[in-house]
Design a protein around this ligand. Structure first.
Ligand code: GLN
Length: 259
């Protein structure tokens, strides 16, 4: 073998050895993703998903979905879809996964599969400052705003019956809260972290939060088409790794100020 060839071979061998020693070959975040996960979200649910000034969809759920994608080695594409259309979009194969602060419920489990839970929340009541209701049952007979297809809707329908015309349905929690502000409603029932974020970012709103001890703990999970166990398993493994790395806590601190 010519001397220069021996040199090239030696260089290649040691480069290979170096890669193995440093674990380069085992990276969990390949630079060229081989597949794509199309993720559906309803992007007016700050701090979980919303549009920034540039129009980009950002938030806790979005960053978590991208971290999961990086663990799996998949590119993540985000699509904005009304909340009550997310499950249909999944089942029509328009999207592969829902990341939209979706509570894991028995009813939803009939039509989709969920990842393991990644966040806990409850409902909350929002009122105008100085208004009289003291708890959930005081909302009977009042005009209450909810977001279509949500667990907030379930809570209010359980209280008032699903045909009560006092239940006012909105496509987004933001629309409901903005209507409450202009006296178009008496109350809104929605996820507490989102309501808290709204009150903090709109101190001039004259709205207040009311807790009720009948609200149960809800857990958010990513949703998948029923039977898509391959993606579900990969996502659950990625969530485990992110949990171990402290990434989920870090995102909660970044977006919700939680320690
Ligand atoms: N967590 C609530 C639900 O699953 C609301 C979610 C949302 O509006 N994005 O119904």
């Amino acid at each position: 073998m010519k001397k220069w060839m021996r040199l090239v071979c030696a260089a290649l061998v040691s480069a290979g050895l170096l890669m193995t020693l440093t674990g380069c070959g085992k990276s969990t975040t390949p630079t060229t993703p081989s597949k794509k996960i199309v993720v559906g979200t309803e992007a007016s649910f700050r701090p979980f998903e919303w549009r920034n000034e540039k129009g980009d969809i950002i938030g806790f759920d979005i960053e978590l979905a991208k971290e999961v994608g990086a663990e799996i080695g998949a590119e993540v594409e985000i699509q904005n879809i009304p909340f009550d259309g997310l499950i249909a979009a999944l089942n029509n194969k328009n999207i592969d996964m829902v990341s939209s602060a979706m509570t894991i419920t028995e009813k939803r489990k009939e039509s989709v599969d969920f990842s393991k839970p990644y966040f806990e929340a409850t409902q909350a009541i929002v009122l105008k400052k100085g208004s009289s209701p003291k708890n959930l049952s005081d909302l009977k007979g009042k005009n209450v705003g909810i977001q279509n297809g949500t667990t907030g809707q379930d809570v209010v329908e359980t209280l008032m019956g699903n045909r009560d015309p006092h239940i006012k349905r909105f496509e987004s929690v933001l629309d409901a809260l903005n209507t409450l502000r202009i006296d178009g409603l008496d109350a809104v029932v929605a996820d507490k972290p989102v309501v808290q974020n709204y009150l903090l970012s709109n101190p001039e709103s004259q709205l207040v939060l009311l807790d009720d001890n009948s609200f149960v703990k809800e857990e958010y999970g990513f949703a998948f088409r029923k039977g898509d166990t391959e993606l579900q398993t990969q996502v659950n493994e990625a969530l485990d790794k992110l949990e171990k790395k402290g990434k989920i806590k870090e995102l909660a601190a970044k977006y919700l100020g939680e320690k």
